[in-house]
Design a protein around this ligand. Structure first.
Ligand code: C2O
Ligand code: CU
Ligand code: CU
Length: 527
């Protein structure tokens, strides 16, 4: 099925485009601008996960349960309802929309996906270490009305993972229209941290998915990339956190944890907290694959599509009445880029990638008396022993001059082709080389977590944040998605030990979802 037919079948409006002008007009009628560049109008309470179902409710599933991929409509913009695609789960009298699954390491889960969409779909558990039958690869997508039963044991470290659709050529549209949520794994280190800091999920430990979307005048989500947007990525001009537009969060003078997920199709965020006095430092405590060995104090971090950052923000020194913003600082996505692909960046009609804007406002409302200190050690992050490892080069470049697709080692995705095989039990070093004449690509591997060895040729804005071997603090933990800038080479070490019998098939792809659906993906096999 072609993307366009899918969009028709879902009944989504794809024709009208929300320009900043219409957004401002809408803002005028609802008492505040929806333009994220405007610090005013942050008047909508953030959707926080709760324990009684609802949107992003915490669900502790235990064993077998059913997840429906379905259409719904929900209020996203003030005074309007948006048609969305969501994951729905019913548990007794509670019903969940995009539930945050919370499970313990070692627990066995048997979710059944029921496809109530009018197109193929499959759930991929992003970051989970599972065999290929449970991974949700594009070739396992099921048709409308069909079901897919997963059955796996959670082998990952405690951490913030997520789940989203992965059907061939339809991932970007389905994720954009709403299908995505968190998968949180708990282990001993995780519980120790939570106890030490008295963190309460949904109150002081808050999963926060940041997304950009376009809306039409009716309030429906618009997904209709032009040819150039399939090539460069589709950007929205409205920024949502947990599907809340212009959100605020009332906070107390204590430590907060945010589990940040970039759930956008192609927008990169350069996140920072800013108060009227300037940047507010925060602690990076975890990456894609769970806790770091120790906290790193930072003032900003880049978060690319698919990546997670687990952070602590200490508000102890603030006063009641203060406020601060989580914002995205300006950056140049094409820093280093040599413009060799002959493409001029499209004059942006909305919010350009790298433009500065506000994500969420924090209002300090209450005094809290907490003497908790951030622990000096959090966990043990084992290295991957890469001595004698086989080296594999993966070059990211335009498919061919004049072809508006990106390729990995010159190949674009063919579901029937296995691009390479990896020996079970071996360690490989992947040298991911992004050509100078390119754009940023967040590269993601299924089936494994890896360690970053080094970065070379980084643009100045990234090199300035490096702490060790060109690596950023966010490179120091376990990763499954790694942002590579134009001209940059990132080396990662992967241990391909798998306990499952038989060959395992996975994909490696760009998590810019337009790039992925246009073929910036390869199948590989562990044999
Ligand atoms: Cu989150 Cu294959 O993707
Ligand atoms: Cu994944
Ligand atoms: Cu890409």
């Amino acid at each position: 099925m072609k993307r366009r037919d899918f969009l028709k079948l879902t009944g989504m409006s794809v024709l009208s485009l929300a320009t900043p002008r219409t957004l401002l007009a809408m803002g005028d009628t609802t008492g505040g601008s929806l333009d994220p560049r405007d610090p005013g109008g942050f008047v909508n309470p953030l959707n926080r996960p709760g324990h009684h179902g609802g949107l992003l409710g915490y669900l502790d599933p235990h064993g077998a349960f059913t997840i429906r991929a379905m259409k719904t409509s929900a209020p996203v913009l003030p005074g309007k309802t948006s048609d969305l695609l969501v994951y729905g789960v019913t548990d007794g009298c509670k019903s969940y929309v995009n539930p945050i699954l919370t499970v313990r390491k070692g627990e066995r889960l048997s979710p059944t996906l029921k496809n109530e969409l009018s197109a193929d779909t499959i759930i991929h558990w992003h970051g989970l270490i599972v065999d290929s039958k449970n991974d949700g690869i594009p070739t396992d997508a099921i048709g409308a009305g069909d079901s897919y039963r997963y059955d796996f044991t959670v082998a990952n470290r405690g951490g913030t993972y997520w789940y989203h659709p992965h059907p061939y050529e339809l991932t970007s549209a389905q994720a954009y229209l709403g299908l995505a949520s968190f998968f949180i794994v708990e282990d001993e280190d995780e519980l120790r941290l939570r106890h030490a800091l008295d963190l309460e999920p949904g109150h002081t430990d808050i999963p926060l998915v940041i997304q950009d979307k376009r809306f039409d005048a009716m309030g429906n989500v618009v997904y209709d990339p032009s040819e150039n947007e399939w090539f460069m990525g589709f950007l929205g001009d409205t920024i949502l956190a947990n599907l809340t537009v212009k959100p605020y969060l009332d906070v107390a003078t204590r430590i907060y944890r945010f589990r940040l997920l970039n759930g956008s199709n192609s927008r990169i965020y350069r996140l920072a907290f800013v108060s009227p006095e300037g940047a507010v430092p925060f602690s990076l405590i975890g990456t894609d694959g769970g806790l770091l060995d120790r906290p790193w104090t930072v003032k900003e971090l880049f978060l690319a599509p698919g990546e997670r950052a687990d952070i602590l923000l200490d508000l102890s020194d603030f006063r009641v009445g203060d406020s601060l913003f989580l914002k995205s600082l300006p950056f140049d996505p094409m820093d280093n880029e040599q413009m060799g692909n002959g493409m001029a960046p499209e004059p942006s009609m909305g919010l350009a990638n790298g433009e500065e804007f506000y994500v969420m406002k924090l209002n300090v409302k209450r005094r809290a008396w907490s003497y908790a200190r951030i622990p000096r050690t959090l966990s043990v992050v084992e290295p991957v022993n890469a001595s004698g490892a086989m080296m594999r080069q993966l070059t990211l470049a335009q498919a061919a001059p004049g072809v508006m697709k990106w390729a990995i080692n010159g190949e674009t995705f063919d579901p029937a082709r296995i691009s390479f095989e990896v020996e079970r039990g071996s360690v490989e070093v992947w040298e991911i080389m992004n050509e100078m004449t390119g754009m940023p690509h967040p590269m993601h591997i299924h089936g494994f977590q890896f360690r970053v060895l080094d970065r070379q040729g980084s643009p100045q804005q990234t090199a300035a944040l490096a702490v060790d071997g060109g690596r950023l603090p966010s490179d120091l933990g376990w990763k499954d998605t790694i942002l590579t800038w134009p001209g940059e080479t990132v080396r990662v070490a992967i241990d391909f030990s798998v306990p499952y019998p038989g060959p395992q098939q996975y994909v490696f792809h760009c998590h810019n979802l337009e790039h992925e659906d246009m073929g910036m993906m390869v199948n590989y096999r562990v044999v």
